[in-house]
Ligand binder design. Sequence first.
Ligand code: TMP
Length: 210
Amino acid sequence: MKRGLFITFEGIDGAGKSTHVAWSAEFLRGHGIALTLTREPGGTVLGERLREILLATEGPIHAETEALLMFAARRQHLEEVIGPALVRGEWVLCDRFTDASFAYQGGGRGVEKKKLAALETWVHPHLQPDLTVLFDVSAQVGQGRVARIKSPDRFERENAAFFVRVRAAYLERMKESPDRFVCLDGTRPIADIQDELGKKLTMVLSNWKA
Ligand code: TMP
């Protein structure tokens, strides 16, 4: 059985990612691909409980505690969901993965990159996404969209400077692995973005089938 592909979707809050993740899943299913659609933090019973803690805790959470909890949820997610699905030959579409830890905990909160790199090596030494789609918008655009959310979570309540750093860290991460990333301008009309995304997925699909 051929291993499935692992595709992750990233971007700052308000980049419009979630709409495109759902669309990509439908697109690929329409092309006969069996896939698992999942998210981080979350994707397992434990992971969803950690998500609740990470997004809704009112009291302080140290930046390194936050990073460790993200990776703890990820370890379980890899064990229960991502790994088995890939082995079954399914594609895994994951709404955020380790790049988000480098962007949010690294760029946003200032956790040392070498500590995050150590966690990355610990938690998934042999796995990287086959493709990462980064939806890029400025912090200003992202915040403008998030401002319409009725009850924003711990991350969505962060200020513009935080999201400027998160975005910069995403772009830096992309520079380090340019072959893995495709960057889409999240301010373009949804139909244009989906057109480009569809072309990219079609290319990946035909390489995979070959
Ligand atoms: P979501 O709103 O896209 O589902 O993501 C939940 C929040 O979690 C989002 O604000 C980004 C944050 N996050 C991190 O800070 N680090 C991580 O490693 C992950 C996966 C998400």
